[in-house]
Design a protein around this ligand. Structure first.
Ligand SMILES: Cc1ncc(COP(=O)(O)O)c(C=O)c1O
Length: 388
């Protein structure tokens, strides 16, 4: 007889892209060449200095638990990475297992059973599942190009209800790569404060922005939760290390949750992360940012030329959220067909929400320029037959 399973196991959604991924692996096992444009992590390896620092930490004996909120030198380096005018004191900085750990802590100290959290649709799927884990209710707010695929102060007012406790913002966003302007972010933070709620701002793609300056929401208030990570800009996804800056008033609770949920973040990863925040590594990450920008500048016009609709130039991250309605009414079937016929792997919109998800796919340009050219050529050949 099957054992008991908690009710919440039914509430948590899988990554639907797994079907595309499983097919891609099957095709590769059969010798087909697959171009992976579905990946959500940089194609670059972690910078050399970071790897060296991680190895030295291991051989130097840093193989034990650390304080729950992280080693002081890393917490200080994180605090110092913010401009002086908004720099948090070190007590507010918690080192976490990726920004996933930071999101788990922030939702954990904020969400009661039945509380609602406003989120942009499309958005990063795990957020809804974190909220459900704590008994909260994600409220997906449909967004489109008119608000940069982001929540705005107006949208937040329109969707605010008695049970709304918090708003999750991600700028730049996954899957659209769009940002919230500094003026809009200030308006949002003020609005949410007036409404009696709290903002959680996911800044994981800060550093990976193109043509524009973004600034941390810490500039707007000390009473926001800021989530960030070494995963994307520093190319350290597998180390599992990120951070949370919380309002002073929540520091003791965050500490308790960190102690109980995971004791501490990996010690060698923390020492490696200290080295990430040094000038040579940042210079290397800057070169990579320019490479990402060149890829974006190639890919977006090339996809538009084939017939994908991309109303806004993404200004950050390494994603393009493209409307496929010229080719299909079902992005999941479309992704599978494209994979079968061209060997190009994409992520269907369903992973990112409910609003017009069947009309969208996400391209990731975390792949070399050569492979992007190859992917575009294959797509052009295949999709050209649709209008023939
Ligand atoms: C918007 C966003 N937030 C959070 C995460 C989680 O990243 P990590 O836990 O590796 O820091 C991701 C990963 O893709 C993401 O895209």
């Amino acid at each position: 007889m099957a054992g008991k399973k908690a009710k919440r196991t039914r509430d948590i959604q899988p990554f639907y892209a797994m079907e595309v991924l499983a097919k891609a692996y099957r095709m590769e096992a059969q010798g087909r060449d697959v171009i992976h444009l579905e990946v959500g992590e940089p194609d670059f390896a972690s910078p050399n200095e970071v790897v060296k620092a991680g190895c030295s930490a291991l051989t130097g004996g840093h193989t034990k638990y650390t304080p729950a909120l992280g080693i002081p030198e890393l917490r200080q380096a994180i605090a110092d990475s913010y401009e002086e005018s908004c720099r948090p004191n070190i007590a507010r900085v918690a080192v976490t297992p990726g920004s996933s750990g930071a999101l788990m802590l922030a939702f954990g100290v904020l969400i009661d059973e039945g509380d609602q959290v406003l989120l942009a649709d499309p958005g990063y799927p795990c957020n809804s599942n974190f909220i459900r884990l704590y008994g909260g209710q994600p409220v997906l707010v449909p967004t489109d190009a008119s608000s940069n695929y982001q929540l705005s102060a107006d949208l937040i007012r329109q969707h605010w209800q008695e049970k709304t406790a918090a708003v999750l913002l991600a700028s730049p966003s996954n899957p659209t790569g769009t940002v919230i302007t500094p003026a809009e972010m200030s308006a949002i933070v003020t609005t949410v404060d007036e409404l009696g709620g709290v903002c959680i701002v996911d800044e994981i793609y800060h550093g990976l922005t193109y043509d524009i300056e973004v600034r941390s929401a810490l500039h707007d208030s000390d009473n926001v939760f800021i989530v960030n990570s070494f995963s994307k800009y520093f190319g350290m996804t597998g180390w599992r290390i990120g951070w949370l800056v919380s309002p002073q008033d929540y520091v003791a609770e965050i500490n308790k949750f960190a102690q109980n949920l995971y004791i501490s973040t990996s010690a060698p990863a923390q020492y490696a992360a200290v080295s990430a925040m040094t000038a040579p590594v940042i210079a290397e990450c800057e070169r990579r940012r320019l490479e990402f920008m060149a890829r974006r500048d190639y890919l977006v016009p090339a996809l538009r030329d084939i017939g994908f609709k991309i109303p806004l130039m993404p200004q950050g991250a390494f994603y393009v959220y493209a409307d496929i309605s010229a080719f299909s009414e079902d992005s999941e079937q479309f992704a599978l067909d494209v994979l079968e016929n061209t060997g190009v792997a994409l992520t269907p919109g369903r992973d990112f929400g409910e609003y017009r998800h069947l009309a969208h796919v996400r391209f990731s340009y975390a792949n070399t320029m050569e492979r992007l050219h190859d992917a575009v050529a294959r797509l052009r050949d295949y999709l050209g037959t649709f209008n023939a």
